[in-house]
Design a protein around this ligand. Structure first.
Ligand code: GDD
Ligand code: MG
Length: 366
């Protein structure tokens, strides 16, 4: 089986994480995000994956290579300029099989892809969309379904008065090659807005999937995905690494404080006296945590140095960040790579600090 994964978006909603790292390879718990997708696909028999890149393509290729490490064949196509979700599909045409999966590149899920494929084959559909229930469909593609599972309407980003169901497209499709015939070449074209509406009544089906599903495209959802992996709420290899103790502490970690599961602390970290890491915390390689500091429900990426008496909660701290003593970083804050925060600052309410910025001591209080 084959899959095409679209990763050409700029990931603007995840900035500043995605200012320096392409969204598909942003680290999530202990591996680049797209590794979760590749492991999930592989687990359902997919062996050939085409990655459709745009923005920061070399960064994706450098991390994933030819796919051997994942037991897959990985190939890349690179659009000269973004062609939209259907334009990107058309652009990959020469590499595609008669029948294949197409996936948005920001989906963390363990739904049963083989079952979706099986329904697609049985129904003779041209396109079968995996469907999931979400509390607020306004950010997604809303789907209305007939009793025979054919789709009667597809509304991308529905307005409040259009929301009468919670069923949305998971961004995971099984497609037949003839779908490509309705996409004009070399123009920006959207599968959601331009293709699916044309396929209604002409072979567009839905497959309501059971299982875990999350689009990781915002800081809040990135943190949610982290917690769900740590808690084992989604079936992943990273979660299995934590095992039944829900705890992984790497080699050479110096713990003079406490680590509270679920938590993952990679090699070379140092946790000073009186500090607490967890629950629901990730420290990537070589992070140091000062005395009495608390890191709770937060992610700290490679090589960051956190001072003493800090409170980090519900935040994402980029690689190489330095935080001085007595700081509070909370409530959805994202610190980009290499940011420096001087002592005695309070950052809150979803503030985003861009890579390399230096904030002097006592600069911000909420
Ligand atoms: N190659 C390429 N070129 N990829 C693109 C382009 C492009 O021009 N534009 C977007 N993509 C990729 C993004 O990188 C992402 O992986 C995927 O297409 C979807 O784009 P998002 O920007 O994440 O869309 P969304 O989350 O607002 O909505 C989509 O996903 C929802 C499920 O998460 C839609 O498909 C919705 O219908 C769906 O419900
Ligand atoms: Mg998305």
């Amino acid at each position: 089986m084959q899959a095409l994964i679209l990763v050409g978006g700029e990931g603007t909603r995840l900035r500043p994480l995605t200012s320096t790292i392409p969204k598909p390879v942003v680290p999530l718990v202990d591996r680049p995000f797209i590794a979760y997708m590749l492991e999930w696909l592989k687990g359902h028999g997919v062996e050939d994956v085409v990655v459709s890149c745009g923005f920061l393509a070399a960064g994706v290729r450098n991390v994933l290579g030819d796919g051997r490490g994942f037991g897959l064949r990985l190939r890349y196509v690179e659009e000269p300029s973004p062609l939209g979700t259907a334009g990107a599909l058309k652009f990959a045409e020469t590499l595609l099989d008669e029948r294949f999966f197409m996936l948005n590149g920001d989906v963390l899920s363990d739904i049963d892809l083989a079952a979706q494929w099986a329904q697609h084959e049985e129904s003779g559909a041209k396109a079968t969309l995996a469907l999931v229930d979400v509390a607020d469909p306004s950010h997604y593609g809303l789907v209305r379904l007939n009793a025979d599972k054919s789709i009667s309407e597809f509304v991308e980003k529905p307005a409040p008065d259009q929301i009468d169901t919670h069923l949305v497209s998971a961004g995971v499709y099984v497609l037949e090659r003839p779908v490509l015939d309705i996409i004009p070449p070399d123009v920006n074209y959207s599968i959601e807005r331009d293709v699916f509406p044309q396929l209604i009544g002409a072979g567009l089906f839905g497959w309501p999937g059971d299982g875990y599903w999350l689009d990781i495209g915002t800081p809040q959802r990135y943190l949610q995905a982290t917690f769900d992996i740590l808690e084992g709420d989604v079936e992943t290899a990273a979660g299995r690494r934590l095992g039944s103790s829900y705890l992984f502490v790497g080699d050479g970690v110096q713990v003079d404080g406490r680590v509270i599961p679920p938590a993952l602390v990679e090699d070379g970290c140092r946790i000073a006296k009186g500090a607490r890491v967890g629950s629901r915390a990730v420290l990537a390689h070589g992070v140091s945590v000062g005395e009495q500091t608390v890191i709770d429900s937060a992610v700290v990426l490679q090589g960051a140095e956190i001072g003493a008496n800090c409170q980090l909660k519900s935040c994402i701290v980029g690689a190489g960040v330095r935080i001085g003593d007595n700081c509070t970083v909370e409530d959805g804050v994202v610190l980009g790579e290499g940011v420096t925060i001087g002592a005695n600052n309070v950052l809150s309410a979803g503030a985003r600090v861009f890579p390399g910025v230096e904030l002097p001591a006592d600069a911000i209080k909420f």
